[in-house]
Design a protein around this ligand. Sequence first.
Ligand code: AHR
Length: 517
Amino acid sequence: MTVQTWLRRARRGLLATGTTAVLTVALLAGTEVTSQAASQAPCDLYASGGTPCVAAHSTTRALYGAYNGALYQVRRTSDSVTKDIGLLSAGGYADAAAQDAFCDGTTCVITVIYDQSGRGNKLTQAPAGGAAPGPDNLAPATAAPITVAGHRAYGVYVAAGTGYRNNKTNGIATGDQPEGMYAVLDGTHFGGGCCFDYGNAETNNLDTGNGHMEAIYFGDSTIWGSGTGKGPWVMADLENGLFSGPDAGYNANDPSVSHRFLTAIVKGAPNLWAIKAANAQSGGLSTYYNGARPNVSGYNPMHKEGAIILGIGGDNSKSSSGTFYEGVMTSGYPADATENAVQSNITAANYQAPAITSSALTAGARVSLKATTSCCDSHYLRHQTDGTVAIAPITSTSSSGDKKDATWIVRSGLASSACLSFESAAAPGQYLRHAEFQLHTAAPNATTLFNQDATFCLQAGHSGQGYSFQAVNYPNRFLRHYAYTGYLAGDGVGGNTWDSDALWSDDTSWLPAQPWS
Ligand code: AHR
């Protein structure tokens, strides 16, 4: 074996394991490697594979081993001051404590997601587009807490209406040029509207025709395409179509995937494209499609324009939801070996969902749940004597009956001890439940359905304040007040008036308060 062949093989092996390519350089230079070089991050691996990152976005960690700049910027509600959030160390993890200190006593939104590639392809608030007015909403900075490598960090929580964009990019593929992209997402947070995307889109916020986009889509929309099961699916948004495989519409090779942390990949080259996905916490990538462009006019060749979107469709369609932790776009069509190495790097980063706990929300505690929407921030979740549930103002001068109706006894979840149920303090034995997506109080009837309808799992508040309560049997629906009445509501999905995306994050965020009774 020649030295060159050995080096080529060694380099391929190193790439596959995600080990440092600096070692290769050292070997070529004839120097001895005595210590571990800077650890490799996804963009180092893409660079080694000959398909460098041209955009690298993350609010959780560095995507280059040597990156030591800002990850994102937050803006404080109290005084509109902004602050860049950087890393604990070069190549490391987000300095979440800096955000927590800066936002203490108020709320913050994520205003900028910086581009670590050095090309300036940062993402900022998306403007109006052909499908929807703007500017879009900004993500609450604390709505998607996680840990990565044991460090607290925050993802980008996209409720319907939230969106980021860059229309003046540098180095992003245009026309039929090859590119790759991956994103790490929350596979349990999705919607069915158009379109929670990350990737390449139009530079004018309009739908300019087939093939003018190439982005990762995640959700359970069946408007254009779908796969097996009931979703959600990773698909490619190629404009005027979410593609799940070779054909428009249904493709049997694209499975539903809902890993809590999900790696999603889309890549495209002349008459070639692929979809892949994986559990971002363990294991390898699966390929759901790898082949020719759709046999539909406009997609071969492609007409990519090179803008970057996050959370929205190319024309600013903003009716879906999702959570983004990190993602990149590359120049060139990445090799499978490179993507396998990136997936190994992602699993090694050890994304974890933190247990969301509240001392006010432990089994046996009495609590009142205060609304946070500005209309109603002296209102509490209460039931009436007929079992209907609403929000209403409660003050120290309210009647003792009203105070009792606005007080709940926290119970271990009837359907899951990892979640909670709420028993009425006024009517012991009656539990808060949803039925037909409306809230009531009722006595358990020993059915699985009742127990599930009365069980809610704690999440960080969608608005960045307090907590949100997810239905154990409808993961995309949460306790919400709407027109002062209590509902179980989806974020723009579900088809009921109370699923409206307007104020959804606020209406589904509750503050545990001293029990009124
Ligand atoms: O391709 C699906 C969607 O169609 C795009 O994201 C949007 O631009 C258009 O409405």
